[in-house]
Structures are given as structure tokens and as C-alpha cells.
Design a protein around this ligand. Structure first.
Ligand code: SF4
Length: 302
């Protein structure tokens, strides 16, 4: 049965105020077949290009997120609090109730009109994975990449999904016309840690293969070895194994990023850890005693 959602008219996370009109929740669809277990909440987004607040330390100014929520279900996901704005919970609802901005492609076409838009770089994958399972059904990311390619607008994509290979031909075309970059997030090659912490994602070895295929096709693809989870994926040999696999795959860059636990995510993550690995709870409480960043690490993006 579809879930009732109390739709808010404001989004505290957006500098532009409301992302959706109050009456923009169009429909609920319950996933069937390969989408069983998911629920899709169709909305009309008022805007699709989001401007990141100046105070943000993120290395990008404009973003597009055609979905909200993410079936990749990473325990540590920093975007979980975005579901709270919709009065959905940031745990299972975030993993299974996916907001789909069904007008994303037509909005983008309108917002890229030359008089309104300066041709800035647009980052995708900053708050949800643009190639999560929903994309297999809705093809919104594909449509967005098509529009950006037609406009020769630079963009980047961050993903954990091999579904991006479906659009390889399109990305090869895009790179002829604009500055385009892909990053895969591959935090570990350890099967146990992967299944525990990122249960909805493709196998990390498949992600490494995707990195190799993108680079071989001429689409520059780097890797974020992220997040490194203390006590789970931080042994030097674990990190070295990911870096070696990335180098072999021809990754255009490799960056290692530690886990950050911001308020909201932290409570969810610690609850998960208490169930999955209670033995590690005291370690995390000690390491993150002073805030979102690992003890001894300076604050930063990522
Ligand atoms: S893939 Fe990214 S957006 Fe999706 S749940 Fe994992 S961390 Fe969050």
C-alpha cells in the first residue's frame, strides 16, 4: 500500500526555499518485478538546478538530483536527513521510498535557456545516486545527460552503480562537447564490509570493472575510496587493495576520504552500528567524540 506523505512547502536544505510546490506530489507507484520493495513518489520539481549555499565548503556550486532517497541503502549515507523534510524517516523510508522528480528533464531544458544560465559546471550524485535502481525505470539521469550534452554544458557524475554503463555511448558523445568527469565511490573490496554497510549497491569488483570500461572508452573516471570506516575498512592492506585495483583500472584520480558523521546521520549510523557491530560502538564514540570528523582530522567536504 502506498505511504501517506505530509508534504511540506519548505525545504530547509535549499537556498531557494521550496523544491516542490505544495500540491506537486502527483502520484505513488508501488514497485513491481525488479523494483519490488520500492515505492516511488512522483513529484513535479519547481526547480531542478540547485544552487549550493555560499557557506557550503562543497567543491561545486550547482547540482542536480533527480531523485531523493536512495535504494543503495548505505548505512553511513550523509543524505539521509533530506527525507526528514518530507516527514519520512531517514532509515528504511530513505532506502525504499524514492522521490522521483518526473519533470526533471523538461525543467532542465527550461533552466538551461541561454539568457537564464551561464553554462556553469553541474554536479550529479551529491545527494542521491543518479544511477540507483529507480533510474532503470525512469531514465531521468539519461535524459538529463542528453540535455546537458546538447547544450555542451560541463558536468560530473558521482555514482556507485554500474548502470552508468548503459549510457556509455552518450557519455562518450558528451566528452566530445564539454568537460565531463565521472567518479565512482568504492570504499572497500572487502565483501563482508560491502554487504554490511552498502547492501543495495553493485559489487565493488563490478564497480572497478566499470571504472576500467569508462576510462578505456575515453570518459575520465576517478575513484573516491570513501568512506573509510574505522575498524571495518581502514586496515592499510584493505585501503591498498582498493588503490591497486583502481590503478589497474586506469582511474584518472584516486582520493581516500574518511567517514564523516554529521548530526542526524550520526544518530542513524550509531543505531545501525549498535545492531551490526556493537563491539565497535565504543571505538566510534571515542573517534567522533568531538564532532563530525574523525579525531585529529580537520573539517572539510566529502
Ligand atoms: S549511494 Fe550515495 S546517495 Fe545512495 S545511499 Fe549510498 S551514500 Fe547515499
Amino acid at each position: 500500500m502506498a505511504t501517506p506523505v505530509r508534504w511540506r512547502t519548505t525545504d530547509d536544505n535549499s537556498p531557494q526555499g521550496s523544491l516542490f510546490d505544495a500540491d506537486a506530489l502527483l502520484d505513488h507507484h508501488v514497485g513491481k518485478g525488479e523494483f519490488r520493495g520500492l515505492e516511488f513518489l512522483h513529484v513535479n520539481a519547481r526547480r531542478i538546478i540547485n544552487e549550493v549555499p555560499n557557506v557550503s565548503r562543497m567543491p561545486f556550486r550547482y547540482t542536480i538530483n533527480a531523485y531523493r532517497g536512495c535504494s543503495h541503502a548505505c548505512a553511513y549515507c550523509f543524505a539521509r536527513p533530506t527525507h526528514a523534510y518530507l516527514d519520512l524517516d531517514i532509515g528504511r523510508d530513505f532506502d525504499t521510498k524514492i522521490v522521483v522528480k518526473v519533470n526533471a528533464v523538461e525543467r532542465l531544458r527550461a533552466e538551461l535557456r541561454p539568457k537564464r544560465w551561464g553554462g556553469h559546471h553541474i554536479a550529479m550524485g551529491t545527494n542521491t545516486d543518479p544511477y540507483q535502481r529507480a533510474e532503470g525505470k525512469y531514465h531521468l539521469t539519461r535524459g538529463i545527460v542528453e540535455v546537458l550534452t546538447e547544450a555542451a554544458n560541463p558536468f560530473s557524475i558521482l555514482t556507485k552503480s554500474t548502470l552508468i554503463l548503459r549510457d556509455l555511448d552518450l557519455l562518450v558523445e558528451a566528452i566530445q562537447r564539454a568537460d565531463v568527469h565521472v567518479n565512482f565511490s568504492i570504499g572497500t573490496l572487502d565483501e563482508e564490509v560491502w554487504k554490511l554497510a552498502e547492501p543495495g549497491t553493485p559489487h565493488p569488483r563490478q564497480r572497478v570493472e566499470a571504472v576500467a570500461r569508462l576510462n578505456a572508452a575515453g570518459v575520465p573516471c576517478g575513484v573516491l575510496v570513501a568512506p573509510i570506516l574505522p575498524g571495518l575498512s581502514d586496515r592499510p592492506e584493505q585501503v591498498a587493495a582498493v588503490k591497486a585495483a583502481c590503478a589497474e583500472a586506469g582511474a584518472s584520480s584516486v582520493s581516500v576520504i574518511n567517514l564523516h558523521l554529521r548530526p542526524g546521520v550520526r544518530e542513524h549510523f550509531m543505531g545501525w552500528l549498535g545492531e551490526a557491530r556493537p563491539d565497535l560502538v565504543p571505538t566510534y564514540e571515542r573517534l567522533y567524540r568531538k564532532g563530525a570528523y574523525l579525531r585529529g582530522e580537520a573539517g572539510g567536504g566529502g
